[in-house]
Design a protein around this ligand. Structure first.
Ligand SMILES: CC/C=C\C/C=C\C/C=C\C/C=C\C/C=C\C/C=C\C=C\C(=O)SCCNC(=O)CCNC(=O)[C@H](O)C(C)(C)COP(=O)(O)OP(=O)(O)OC[C@H]1O[C@@H](n2cnc3c(N)ncnc32)[C@H](O)[C@@H]1OP(=O)(O)O
Ligand SMILES: NC(=O)C1=CN([C@@H]2O[C@H](COP(=O)(O)OP(=O)(O)OC[C@H]3O[C@@H](n4cnc5c(N)ncnc54)[C@H](OP(=O)(O)O)[C@@H]3O)[C@@H](O)[C@H]2O)C=CC1
Length: 296
């Protein structure tokens, strides 16, 4: 008897999948438009690809326009849908307003907002500067609020829509070296619920996906994922492995689409059960608990 491996395909380069098997209808997002922050790399890029394969046009928006231009070409080539790359810094409301105006000019609508952009690094609280803590809060939490508010006021308020925030389970039990990111994501989980309540009557759903360690991304590398994997750290996760980007994109697709039409204010935990059981302490894992270095 072969034990079933709960490992769905994630076959491809770091950029786009080379093969894909549908688990939802290919028309699930037909002719909708999604605005995805941080859509030029990692989990955001895979979300853009999977949404486009389901009939959606996308805007991918972040700081590095060269990276976005290259990603947009690849995304359009694999999906046959339109992808508009736009330069924003989620800390700068004016840049978001200009990008949403451009989106409405190009596509005439926006149906889905994915707040995926974030910044993170490992750093002990004592070594973390005041500005470093503020920077992560500014990107992760204020950035999520800024983008949600602009998209709501310019379109969702009158037409409805779906917001998907990308959170993390890292703060659920507390973790060394992560007070900045854990605090930011906890605030985002609260924001998800508050905005779900306030915007529900306008036909706007607000939900979140909370990943655990997800391989093949900058975040995974920065947080010591490959070292953790080599040290057998993921054996304490019930599903005994890191997740992959396609799995996160499928969660975002569910929450963004009519498949979850009666779901709002929900946080979909997608971490292989990690936070329930794991000794999820990076400092122990990486042997750097007593490090005084600000730049790990
Ligand atoms: C992955 C898991 C691996 C192993 C786990 C094993 C077992 C655990 C089992 C279960 C655990 C379950 C769940 C947890 C799993 C996953 C982790 C969860 C979350 C992951 C989140 C992310 O991945 S976020 C995306 C990551 N990508 C990026 O960060 C890219 C974008 N980043 C940036 O742009 C920069 O890094 C930035 C965030 C610093 C912002 O840049 P910028 O605006 O240019 O700011 P700066 O001017 O450069 O800096 C501002 C201040 O910050 C200080 N700083 C910068 N870098 C560092 C650092 N590395 N350390 C300390 N301080 C830093 C800088 O000095 C500035 O402060 P000053 O006081 O000097 O002004
Ligand atoms: N990988 C993992 O293990 C986990 C990831 N997550 C979450 O998943 C999401 C994606 O992370 P991941 O794919 O790993 O990492 P990436 O570094 O690939 O993605 C982060 C993205 O955010 C963009 N970004 C960063 N700062 C800004 C800014 N100020 N304005 C606009 N865009 C910005 C970056 O683009 P650019 O540099 O061009 O601005 C980049 O595309 C994040 O929310 C992260 O917290 C949660 C748990 C675990």
């Amino acid at each position: 008897v072969t034990r079933q491996k709960l490992l769905p395909e994630d076959v491809g380069t770091d950029d786009c999948l080379t093969s894909y098997t549908y688990i939802y209808s290919p028309d699930l997002l037909k002719d909708q438009v999604a605005f995805i922050t941080g859509g030029g790399s990692g989990i955001g890029l895979r979300i853009a690809e999977i949404f486009m394969r389901h009939g959606c046009d996308t805007v991918i928006a972040s700081r590095n326009l060269d990276k976005l231009n290259e990603a947009a070409k690849k995304l359009s080539a694999v999906s046959g849908r339109r992808c508009l790359p736009l330069c924003i810094d989620v800390r700068q409301p004016d840049s978001i307003m200009a990008a949403v105006d451009e989106t409405l000019k190009e596509f005439g609508r926006v149906d889905i907002l994915v707040n995926n952009a974030a910044g993170n690094f490992l750093c002990p609280a004592t070594a973390l500067s005041f500005n470093a803590f503020k920077t992560v809060l500014d990107i992760d939490t204020l950035g999520t609020f800024n983008t949600s508010k602009v998209v709501y006021e310019k379109w969702f308020k009158d037409h409805g829509g779906s917001v998907v925030n990308i959170s993390a389970t890292l703060g659920y039990r507390g973790q060394a070296l992560q007070v900045h990111a854990g605090s930011a994501k906890a605030a985002n989980d609260a924001m998800t619920k508050h905005l779900a309540v306030e915007w529900g009557p306008s036909g706007v759903r607000v939900n979140a996906v909370a990943p655990g360690p997800i391989s093949g991304t900058e975040g995974y590398r920065r947080l010591g994922g490959p070292r953790g994997e080599a040290a057998g750290a993921f054996q304490s996760i019930p599903l005994q492995r890191a997740g992959n980007k396609t799995e996160m994109a499928h969660c975002a697709l569910f929450l963004a689409s009519r498949a979850s039409s009666y779901t709002t204010g929900a946080i979909l935990v997608a971490d292989g059960g990690a936070w329930l059981t794991s000794a999820n302490d990076f400092s122990m894992l990486l042997g750097i608990a007593s490090s005084k270095s600000a730049k790990l």
